[in-house]
Design a protein around this ligand. Structure first.
Ligand code: CA
Length: 286
């Protein structure tokens, strides 16, 4: 785990809320609590929450209503929820699972059991998805799988290509503009690959970085095309006004790329190939 997981405990009984807060804090979690449905909803909108422990019985609305509203908003839709139910409320257990809650636990519960369920769900939801959510291209796990197959041969080549300076660009123009730029790079690379008979495997390894894997004999051609066309596209990522006026503090976006060929190996594993490419990245001044 790279950072402490953040929990939101939604429970109006102060004793239970305090107990859970203290217990999960002691186990290294960051914990927020909310005593009502309204407060839970606004807190989930305002903070980055990894998992919600949601009591069914709340003073202002029931847990199901809170859950329904969480699912109705883009920002909170994907947050896993564990319901706390009353033991005799078999109905609520069924309703919760039907609605798509990740789990439920009847009161009175054991703290250890609750923590085990929290850990399981966090582990599952942190597993990397196969396709990148932004570009729809194969994500890192699929790239690694594809590279691993190539490592047994020697005639493969890989091109790492992407944008350098995205962080500053995003700070200036916002993350929507930044995501648009990343998506545009993905689309442009997919088009270039298509024009080359889809000869390469195209993956998105994260942020603004993409990889094309295929025959080393075709690699130079594709690399030249990709670098040239991305450099031509760069001005379109900026607001028109900034392109025309060129303010002195214009954030610099540059195309950067690196190549590797199977003959340069042997590479013991796909991670080595990626590291090699990242270290070799060279930016092309615009
Ligand atoms: Ca309650």
């Amino acid at each position: 785990m790279s950072r402490a997981a953040t929990l939101l405990i939604v429970e109006d009984e102060p004793e239970t809320a305090n107990l859970l807060e203290t217990y999960f804090r002691a186990h290294g979690y960051q914990v927020f609590t909310a005593p009502s449905g309204e407060e839970a909803l606004s807190m989930a909108q305002a903070r980055t929450i990894d998992l919600i422990v949601l009591d069914i019985r709340l003073p202002d609305m029931d847990g199901f209503e809170v859950f329904r509203q969480l699912r109705a908003h883009r920002r909170t839709r994907e947050i896993p929820v564990i319901f706390l139910t009353e033991k005799r409320e078999r109905e609520s257990r069924l309703t919760g699972l039907e609605m798509g809650a990740h789990d439920y636990i009847p009161k009175p519960f054991s703290l250890q059991e609750l923590r085990a369920r929290v850990q399981n769900i966090l582990h599952r939801s942190r597993a990397e998805p196969a396709f990148d959510g932004l570009t729809g291209l194969p994500g890192r796990p699929l790239v690694m799988e594809h590279l691993r197959e190539q490592l047994e041969r020697s005639d493969w080549g890989a091109l790492l290509i992407g944008l350098q300076g995205l962080e500053v660009f995003g700070e200036r123009y916002g993350f929507v503009a930044r995501d648009d730029a990343i998506r545009a790079v993905g689309l442009l690379l997919a088009r270039i690959n298509q024009e080359n008979g889809d000869a390469f495997f195209l993956g998105h390894i994260g942020e603004g970085w993409f990889i094309l894997i295929g025959s080393r004999h075709q690699l130079n051609t594709v690399a030249r095309q990709a670098i040239a066309r991305l450099r031509n596209a760069l001005p379109y990522f900026y607001p028109l006004q900034d392109v025309e006026e060129r303010p002195p503090d214009l954030p610099v976006l540059q195309v950067a790329a690196a190549q590797v060929q199977g003959t340069e190996g042997p590479f013991p594993n796909p991670e080595t190939v990626i590291r090699h490419l990242l270290e070799r990245r060279k930016a092309f001044p615009s």
